[in-house]
Write a protein that binds this ligand. Structure first.
Ligand code: HEM
Length: 160
């Protein structure tokens, strides 16, 4: 969501003339704020190209280090995305479920190329290799699935 924001820019129309840092903005002017650009600004995200989820930890980010408006994958203000919390919860659940079981690796010889349409999407399919993890969490999930499958099978045999 920071490095490859699905929405990579949003627009706003100036409804009344105002001044912003010495620039006079007339009514009707179109402004573009790009998540792609701001999310890669080294002032807020040192070593910006690095995928480093730990940068968000409170002990590293601190209360002021990443300003509120430096990260806006869902936009900001009165027109902020209404699916914001739902999409975040869904992404965390899906990624945690996959990530507990598999380590994903881009197959060699491939580049990430993007097609910046209204939303940002890959230019072509990317081949990935999935490596199964052998963690306790993964084993628990496997066991849970087997148990559910057993319950379903028992239920089916009772009905037949
Ligand atoms: C990763 C998933 C999503 C991303 C990155 C995303 C991003 C955005 C962005 C950037 C905006 C424009 C906000 C602005 O102009 O400030 C927006 C608006 C909106 N989004 Fe999402 N969105 C996502 C998922 C969803 C979902 C799941 C729903 C519905 C359940 C949803 C419904 C809406 C609606 C209705 C608006 C228009 C809000 C308005 O103009 O008042 N979005 N979204």
């Amino acid at each position: 969501m920071r490095l490859y924001p699905p929405v990579w820019a949003i627009g706003r129309e100036v409804v009344g003339e105002f001044e912003l840092r010495g620039f006079s903005l007339p009514k009707g002017a179109q402004l573009v704020a790009s998540q792609w650009v701001v999310h890669r600004d080294p002032r807020w995200f040192p070593n910006p190209e690095a995928f480093d989820p730990g940068r968000w930890l409170p002990e590293r980010a601190g209360p002021d280090r990443i300003p509120r408006y430096a990260y806006f994958p869902f936009g900001l203000g009165p027109r902020i995305c209404i699916g914001n919390h739902f999409a975040t919860m869904e992404a965390v659940l899906v990624l945690a479920t996959i990530g507990q079981r598999f380590h994903l690796e881009l197959c060699p010889g491939q580049r990430l190329d993007f097609d910046p349409a209204i939303t940002l999407r890959p230019k072509r399919h990317h081949r990935m290799r999935l490596h199964r993890r052998s963690t306790d969490a993964g084993a628990t999930l496997e066991r849970g699935r087997d148990e559910r499958a057993q319950v379903l099978a028992d239920g089916a045999s009772m009905r037949s």
